[in-house]
Design a binder for this molecule. Structure first.
Ligand code: BGC
Length: 786
């Protein structure tokens, strides 16, 4: 007895030692990623890096109240510790103005941020600041001539930003702080500890010397910021979104935030695709922009075009004094005639090694010719048009001079599709006519989905009842998944297509969902139970268990370093294994359609390529650790206001070129096994039950064979426009979805689903239900086999 207890005790010790070693590995990877994701937008007169022993006065409460991540499910990580900016700076060889630091510490103690933990997502976007009066600024300036100001913002699930002071814009207190500090200090550095880009008009107004988006860098964010300020890390982050002069310059600003419906009138002209084509003068900082402590020269050589790819080398040379890394961005400048299209498109990118002064590296690129393609809405086909294409090696979307030309001789259809996801309501959308911005009518739906469904129902298998085949027999390859699933009764199948959560007792405490063999009926076949939890910024464990908070998605994408992101997620996976979590509910790769979306922090970019590449890197990293991830949320979950109900009306072309393109890239670059649909209706149907989205495009066209889950407590409808409900599981299955997330108790789902009625009324076939079960079992096999 005592011996057993001792053994258990030592096992626990070993596990906790193992997991704290794992956590510190994740923390180092997170620090590196947070530092590489920092984007330096200004650095006048080489204000940075700070010299050793520099004297600095640090302002702004977020130097201490550092925002590690955004709010809601994608940010709820219980960290073992957080290193804030003040402490990060103190760890370097700087002389910090400790009087000022103490003033802040005391003030924060007396002015805490009241957050009602019982109210979901109640964190304020912006927190009250200590008043930096002219006297406060003056007395601090007696200590140092360099000031660092930290400005913080947060946003998140169900909390969009607004184009108001204290959210997208600075508020009065912050303006006063900048004004008074600017007056007294020789050098002013501003750090933006924000979840997304904000209005930047104050930079020129106050003549700020250095400005850096340090984003929300996870628990090591303060150290990462200090790494860059001190020059230990040379900044190499680049913007993944365009920063415009004013919010109203964004083409989405007029049709974002509607409570009931949003028309995607900007169409394919999202982010830089819009600005570079129609409104270059409205841009403050272009897509891909970011400064370094050194300088690089890029030279293209060895160009070669074969049947499938455009091959070339880019020689990167560090021509500055400091050591650093460069992001090489490859843009396509297509011919102007033919189908209207943006003037420029990102088609590839890579990051160099750390290059010392004078060193060079040759990066090889092999860009598929399919990157030239545009979606021809009349033909429902991807085509490459004849004409003269320029391909560049650039430092940002404006730097297009280093390039070569590819002449495409003939217009070619490279992929014939079926029309899908066409809008059901008319609207005008932006297009380009004679080089100018114009509007045309979006093409409307021309086909009948019910006919398509009827024509592609899978065959049903006769229910064989228990033939003695166990889950382990399928894993060993002794029985096929189909034979195994054929044993399951309708009750078993119905239970299998439900996940249980949050905090199901059937898996480790504090997770988002349990799914798999949760009922007695399913257990007898030996079907295991899997655990899934949020999310993209580290493990969310609602029982209070600790995990490492990594930088937000936007920060990770700003590194433009897919290997680093992959390695970081391998570390996250390393934390999932001992915590008995099989599936991460992330990464998220919705497009940054508008800078006010509250969940932009979880996502990567306004550009689908960088979104897809980063999502694939996260999945590859998790799988390397022996666990898996879930790409979410499909599709067009671009607004948090009324997110469960607000309808998106989008053209087929924008769906394919922008909103589903990131997913298409991610599926090409990684072996994805799980996806999550979104809450909102899209072109007339709720995404969780949208046949065109799930069955037609994701499964048939993209060839996705994994498991598709709903978002938590999603609504679903049917093809004949039935009202949305949480019980219409038949609508989800018919659309090609597999599992409903989540019910509170798997044993009492009788009144929570319509499977039996739908089978009786021929609104669902047994074959469709069995297909969903097959997808779930196949995912469980993968999760167990690792
Ligand atoms: C979010 C998902 C999340 C799920 C589980 C939902 O509210 O939209 O992203 O994975 O909750 O926490």
């Amino acid at each position: 007895m005592i011996v057993n207890k001792l053994i258990k005790h030592f096992e626990n010790l070993k596990n906790s030692a193992m997991s704290s070693a794992r956590m510190s590995e994740t923390a180092s990877a997170a620090r590196r990623a947070a530092a590489e994701g920092i984007v330096m937008l200004e650095n006048k007169n080489n204000t940075l890096p700070l010299k050793r022993n520099a004297r600095i006065s640090v302002f702004g409460r977020c130097q201490i109240d550092y925002n590690i991540g955004g709010t809601g499910s994608g940010g709820m990580v219980n960290t073992p510790y957080t290193v804030n900016i003040l402490d990060g700076l103190r760890e370097k060889e700087f002389e910090v103005n400790e009087n000022l630091a103490n003033t802040y510490q005391d003030w924060i103690k007396n002015n805490p941020v009241e957050i009602d933990k019982n109210v979901w997502a109640s964190q304020p976007h912006c927190r009250a600041e200590l008043e930096v009066t002219p006297d406060v600024a003056k007395s601090a300036a007696e200590f140092s001539d360099t000031a660092i100001i930290v400005i913080g913002r947060t946003a998140g699930e169900e909390q969009d930003n607004s184009d108001k002071e204290g959210s997208y814009r600075l508020n009065n207190e912050e303006h006063k702080m900048l004004e008074n500090i600017r007056r007294e200090f020789k050098r002013v550095i501003v750090l933006l500890n924000t979840s997304n880009i904000i209005d930047m008009s104050w930079v020129s107004k106050y003549g700020i010397d250095a400005v850096l988006y340090i984003w929300q860098g996870g628990q090591e964010g303060g150290r990462a910021a200090a790494d860059v300020l001190s020059g230990d890390v040379c900044p190499s982050g680049r913007l993944t979104d365009t920063i415009a002069a004013d919010y109203t310059d964004y083409p989405t600003s007029k049709n974002f935030g509607g409570i009931h419906r949003n028309y995607y009138a900007e169409d394919i002209y999202v982010g830089y695709r819009y600005f570079e084509t129609f409104a270059a003068d409205k841009v403050l900082y272009p897509f891909g922009y970011g400064l370094s402590y050194t300088d690089f020269e890029l030279k293209i050589s060895n160009t070669n075009i074969n049947q499938n790819n455009i091959e070339f080398d880019v020689l990167v040379k560090n021509v500055g004094k400091a050591s650093g890394t460069e992001v090489v961005q490859i843009y396509l400048i297509p011919p102007e005639d033919g189908i209207d299209k943006p003037t420029v498109k990102l088609i590839d990118f890579a990051k160099s090694w750390l290059l010392h002064s004078g060193e060079t590296e040759v990066l090889h690129f092999s860009v598929p010719l399919s990157q030239l393609a545009v979606f021809d809405e009349d033909k429902a086909a991807w085509i490459t048009e004849r004409g003269r294409y320029r391909i560049t090696a650039s430092k940002n979307v404006r730097d297009l001079s280093e390039c070569f030309v590819y002449n495409c001789e003939k217009t070619k259809v490279i992929k014939q599709c079926k029309h899908n996801l066409m809008p059901h309501l008319p609207f005008k959308r932006i297009c380009r006519k004679n080089g100018q911005q114009a509007y045309d009518d979006a093409l409307l739906k021309t086909y009948n989905i019910e006919d398509r469904i009827a024509g592609s129902l899978p065959a049903s298998m006769n229910i064989t009842g228990d033939k003695g085949y166990k889950f382990s027999d399928v894993c060993r390859g002794n029985v096929s998944v189909r034979e195994f699933v054929a044993q399951l009764s309708v009750d078993d199948l119905t239970a299998l297509i439900h996940g249980e959560g949050m905090n199901s007792q059937k898996v480790r405490a504090g997770t988002g969902a349990a799914f798999g063999g949760m009922t007695e009926g399913l257990k007898k076949y030996g079907i295991p139970i899997a655990a899934a939890t949020d999310g993209p910024s580290g493990l969310r464990l609602d029982n209070g268990d600790k995990a490492t908070a990594i930088p937000i998605g936007t920060a990770l994408a700003s590194t433009w370093n897919k290997q680093l992101v992959e390695d970081l997620y391998t570390c996250v996976g390393g934390e999932m294994l001992p915590a008995n979590i099989d599936l991460l509910l992330g990464p998220g790769l919705n497009i940054h359609r508008d800078p006010l979306c509250g969940r932009n922090f979880e996502y990567y970019s306004e550009d689908p390529l960088i979104s897809g590449v980063m999502a694939a890197a996260a999945i590859n990293g998790l799988q390397r650790a022996g666990v898996d991830g879930t790409l979410k949320h499909f599709a067009v979950n671009n607004q948090e206001e009324n997110r469960k109900r607000v309808a998106s009306i989008v053209s087929e072309r924008a769906m394919r070129e922008i909103y589903l393109k990131g997913l298409e890239y991610a599926l090409e670059m990684s072996d994805v096994h799980a996806l999550m649909t979104s809450y909102n209706p899209l072109n007339g149907h709720w995404c969780a039950s949208n046949y065109e989205l799930i069955h037609e495009v994701i499964r048939e066209e993209f060839g996705f064979r994994g498991m598709i889950m709903t978002d938590w407590w999603a609504d679903m409808d049917g093809e004949s426009d039935s009202a949305p409900s949480k019980t219409n599981k038949a609508g989800m299955i018919r659309a090609g979805g597999d599992i409903y997330m989540v019910v509170r108790d798997i044993e009492s789902i009788e009144g929570e689903n319509n499977i039996k009625q739908a089978l009786d009324n021929n609104a669902l076939t047994l074959g469709e239900l069995q297909e969903a079960a097959i997808n779930i079992i196949e995912l469980l096999i993968r999760l167990r086999k690792k």
